[in-house]
Design a protein around this ligand. Sequence first.
Ligand SMILES: Cc1ncc(COP(=O)(O)O)c(C=O)c1O
Length: 429
Amino acid sequence: MFEDIRKEFPILKDKLLGRGLVYLDSAATTQKPQVVIDRISQYYSKENANIHRGPYDLSINATNMWQEAHQIVADFINASSYKEILFVRNTTEGLNFLVNTFGRTLLKDGDTVVITEMEHHSNIVPWMMLQKDIKFNIEYIPVKDDYTLDLDWFKDLLKKKDKSIKIVSLVHISNVLGVKNNVEEIFKIAKKVGAFTMLDAAQSIARCKVDVKEIGCDALVFSGHKVYAPTGSGAIYINMKYLNDLTPWMGGGEMISSVTKDGFEYNELPWKFEAGTPDIADGIVLGTALNWLKERVEQVGGWDMVINHEQGLIGYFLNEFNGIDWFKHFGPDDVSEKYGVIALNIKGFKFRGCKDIVYIDSKKDGESITEFLNKKGIAFREGFHCAEPLHDRFSVGPTLRFSLGIYSNESDLKYAANSLKEAVLQGLH
Ligand SMILES: Cc1ncc(COP(=O)(O)O)c(C=O)c1O
């Protein structure tokens, strides 16, 4: 069944170096199935028009499709209405939106925002930027040696800081460790002090069931491009109870219903939060991708099967390195705790951090392991994966990361494992 799904991705059929592309970078962005590629082409060939105001059929149709895509997202994450869904370009934009709306209105000097040591930079840096205007504190829930979050520490913090904790903002699945956090429990505790709760679902949206009601979050963000949809698409969920009183981050066209010299009136929900012409085609096709994924997940027997598939592959890969002392896995070795991501180090080899990576002429003293893998046609990542504080916490330098998608198979992992062994055996550095 998963092999049939793989066949729907044209890029994976391409013969690179006489072999199909070994795509192990799905945590960065997923490949796109034919249905998504065709839908983009159809939109621009036959359906393109601006939305909301055009009185002609093409525009009315595009407006309806735009609204329908919001409804598809709402259904996918079990939101109550399309009005709770705001389209953005990616997770980063979604998190910046939340920081600059809820952050700005809820926080005052001396308050606290709680995040974790395993956040992606996009759930760290926007808060740090806001600290320039408001003197609040950022507290990081520690990651324990077993890679779980320290909930006792969090409970103690709540006792100490109580109602000064205004926002708790967490990552669902770490893009480095691959662990899935017990966000349901953390948000339940956070609600005891009335904190606003937000979830970064960038990695989880394509790897497990994401249900905003079960999770119990007030807001959630994800990127479309990590869930088989085009780049430029993404969504924020915000619980309806906050939306009427929430002041938009941006003003301009589309988000108003009327403007005079004396003032303006907001458009209805959720368009009040979508200023300017949005990325219409990609938003509509996000709906196509989510419908496609929902169907495929049902066909394979549900999300547990998708999780089993990815964990089986991770187990296979880690087994290949059993007893090999130069192989250092970063994350829990128990595959039942891992979701789609394998980060690793090699004893005696230093991978490059983001600022060291020079794409052209990076070869200084001979071929490196990463250049070798690249020449083998393997797509992977090297660096801190935008989670530098997590690497610091474990005193781990930049890592090499392989990450999976619904189309990944054993042959990909076998090829990657063999290539890595070949590179190390050749003494590359
Ligand atoms: C956990 C997590 N959060 C946020 C992001 C940022 O996503 P984007 O670059 O699509 O905004 C990523 C991207 O890798 C991620 O893995």
